[in-house]
Structures are given as structure tokens and as C-alpha cells.
Design a protein around this ligand. Structure first.
Ligand code: HEM
Length: 344
């Protein structure tokens, strides 16, 4: 099922298919068990999906130009293995690692202040645009040294990971990726890396961060209707994820915790099935494990903890309003909007 990760009643399906089940529509094994997911992440018998090769294939078949996307994937660690993976991971780690303590403190202060300013009596907040977008812009402006507000017309580029979207949408996302890389070329002197790496970081962090934070807060609020903001017991880790699954391909015939995977078989690791507002239990695989573990994890957690600490000190009530998930999204769980009204 292409959009299983977006179905409101998916917890039931996840339970039915637990621990794993072959999906003939997707032609892959869906994995729904946190221990098997972690074991696959840690195994050296699986490779990440070679997105660049898949785009090269689309170029050949359609005679369309996806060069911007192919170049971006060449700089994205989770689309590469071996020496290229090490090289790309270490470049991005050096940018994120620079002054990391000081920068984390700056972000925590920004998030706390931003939250206090937004969550005031009478205010209607839209979680995607008002809360998480400014946090993303602040973080990436700090990491990459250029103001990210209005850097490009359409900041939708994380969806390059979506291998099921229509060709028209793919063309649009490719154009966005190209425009973003050009924007960084124009600001080359200011950024601490090449335009391609700056683009790669934006692709990796954008929907993942915004989707995960908005959805996590939304779910916490939905589970605490009627409770005052300062009386909610906020989970330390984000309870939901904007990255509902990650895929791997078996390099050779392999058995993982009783699951047999033939060489070349794709497995879809449903991180979403392990998130505790879906499955009922908290598991720590939402940022991956092993050599591809997320480099944005410490900062993303610091942002969540600062946000929830600030909310814990706000003696106000809230009412949840309308929420809509981004439609036709086969890779991320992001919202178009989620409205929350704050009152005494
Ligand atoms: C809450 C937000 C985020 C979530 C849920 C998330 C999730 C993940 C996951 C599941 C992976 C593992 C992918 C795999 O093993 O194939 C990953 C990898 C990665 N993430 Fe994040 N991520 C988040 C935020 C960020 C941010 C803000 C950045 C900043 C640029 C980032 C950078 C990366 C990088 C560079 C990798 C690849 C590491 C590698 O392949 O060696 N992430 N992320």
C-alpha cells in the first residue's frame, strides 16, 4: 500500500503485519518490528537505495534532464555507500559539528523564545508555518551562514526521496533542487561548504525536521485534549516521525532475526510503526542506527526538548482545530496545516 504510513488506522495494519510481511504492490518486505529494523540498520549485508542510479534510469527512459537531482544525491550520505559515504558523511558532520555546543544553546534559546511568543492567550497557531518553519530557517541559516528565508520560491525539495511521485511533480522538485543549488552558488563566499553539500543538507533536514516536530506536537496535544499546556507530561523524545520509513537492499542472501531476505530484495523499514503514538510503545529507531545514523539527531532532540520545556511553563489551555496531511506524499509525513487555538 503506497500510503500506508498516512492511513489514520494504520496502527491496526502495522499490528497485523508485524513483524514483517512481503508487499506485492510495493514488491518489498515491509518490516514493522523495532528490533528487526535496528538489526537491518546495523547489518553490513544491506545497502542504502542508490537514488542517483534510479534517477539516471529515469533520465534514460524519459529523455528528461534530472542532473540537479543526480548531483544532489551524489552529496547525500544516505544515498551512498563505501568511500563516497564516508566522504559525504564527514563533510556534513564537520559543518554540524562546528561550535556545536554553542550553536545548540543558541537554538534552544531561539526555540524557547519563539514558543513563548507564539503560545499566548487568544493566538491561533498553525504548527507547520508558524512554529516549525521559523525553527528550520533559523537552524539552517546558522549552520550554512546565509539567510534561508526566501532563498528560493518553492522550498519543496526533500521529496526527491519519493520514488513513486508523478513525472510532473518530479520535474518540479528537480527544478527546485536546481534553484536551491544556484542560490548557494550565488552566495558561495558565505557558505562553509560547496553549494551541492548545502543543498544536500537542506534536502535531508527540511521535511524530516519540520514534519517530525509538527506531527509530534500535534499528537501530544491530541492525546491531551482539555489538559493545560503546563500540566502535560511531554515525552523526552519525539513520539511521531515525519520520516515514516527507510529502505535498504540486501547485498547478498541474508537472515536477520529469523527474516530471510534474498540478494537484491528491497526491505521497507517502517519507523512509523515503532513510534509510540502509533504502536503504543516507545522505541529508539526514528533516527536510524549504525553507520547511517542521522547527523541531525542531537540538534533535533535539543529543539524538541526546548520546545516542550517552554510549553511546560505556559499556564494556558488549547483547542485543536483543523489538520491536513500533505496529499500524495509517498516518502514523508508532513502536514499542510494543523491549527491550535490558545486560551485561558
Ligand atoms: C527530527 C528530524 C529528523 C529525523 C526524524 C531524521 C531521520 C533520519 C533517519 C531515519 C536517518 C537514517 C537514514 C538511513 O539510515 O538510511 C537519517 C539520516 C541522516 N540525517 Fe536525519 N533526520 C532528522 C533531521 C535531520 C536534520 C535536521 C539533518 C541536518 C542536515 C539531518 C541529517 C541527516 C544526515 C546527514 C543523514 C545521513 C547519514 C548517513 O547516511 O551517514 N537529519 N535521518
Amino acid at each position: 500500500m503506497l500510503t500506508l504510513h498516512q492511513q489514520p488506522d494504520r496502527a491496526e495494519t502495522y499490528r497485523e503485519r508485524h513483524p514483517y510481511r512481503f508487499d506485492p504492490v510495493l514488491n518489498c518486505i515491509g518490516v514493522f518490528d523495532a528490533d528487526i529494523v535496528a538489526a537491518v540498520f546495523r547489518s553490513d549485508k544491506f545497502d542504502v537505495v542508490s537514488f542517483a542510479d534510479q534517477y539516471r534510469y529515469i533520465c534514460e527512459k524519459t529523455d528528461l534532464d534530472f542532473a540537479a537531482t543526480v548531483a544532489a544525491f551524489h552529496h547525500i550520505p544516505l544515498a551512498n555507500e563505501g568511500a563516497r559515504h564516508k566522504e559525504t558523511r564527514s563533510e556534513i558532520a564537520s559543518i554540524i559539528g562546528e561550535d556545536s555546543r554553542e550553536r545548540m544553546r543558541l537554538m534552544e534559546d531561539f526555540v524557547a523564545e519563539h514558543t513563548r511568543r507564539l503560545f499566548t492567550a487568544g493566538n491561533e497557531i498553525e504548527l507547520a508555518d508558524d512554529l516549525t518553519k521559523p525553527i528550520f530557517l533559523q537552524l539552517f541559516s546558522m549552520w550554512l551562514g546565509v539567510d534561508h528565508d526566501n532563498l528560493v520560491d518553492d522550498p519543496n525539495f526533500s521529496q526527491v526521496f519519493d520514488m513513486k511521485m508523478s513525472l510532473n511533480r518530479r520535474k518540479r522538485i528537480n527544478r527546485n533542487v536546481g534553484e536551491l543549488t544556484c542560490a548557494f552558488h550565488d552566495r558561495r563566499e558565505q557558505i562553509p561548504t560547496t553549494p551541492e553539500y548545502a543543498t544536500a543538507m537542506n534536502i535531508l533536514g527540511n521535511d524530516a525536521l519540520k514534519g517530525t516536530i509538527s506531527l509530534s506536537l500535534w499528537n501530544v496535544l491530541m492525546h491531551n485534549q482539555g489538559v493545560r499546556l503546563d500540566s502535560i507530561r511531554y515525552p523526552r523524545n519525539m513520539p511521531s516521525t515525519g520520516v515514516p520509513f527507510i529502505e535498504r537492499v540486501a547485498r547478498e542472501d541474508v537472515e536477520v532475526n529469523g527474516m530471510f531476505v534474498a540478494q537484491g530484495q528491497r526491505v521497507r523499514l517502517y519507523l512509523d510503526a515503532t513510534a509510540y503514538y502509533v504502536s503504543g510503545a516507545e522505541h529508539d529507531v526514528l533516527f536510524g542506527k549504525g553507520k547511517h545514523v542521522c547527523l541531525g539527531k542531537p540538534m533535533s532532540l535539543a529543539i524538541w526538548r526546548s520546545l516542550t520545556a517552554a510549553l511546560s511553563a505556559i499556564p494556558l489551555h488549547f483547542t485543536t482545530g483543523e489538520m491536513r496531511m500533505r496529499a500524495g506524499d509517498y516518502a514523508f509525513n508532513c502536514m499542510d496545516y494543523a491549527r491550535v487555538k490558545i486560551h485561558d
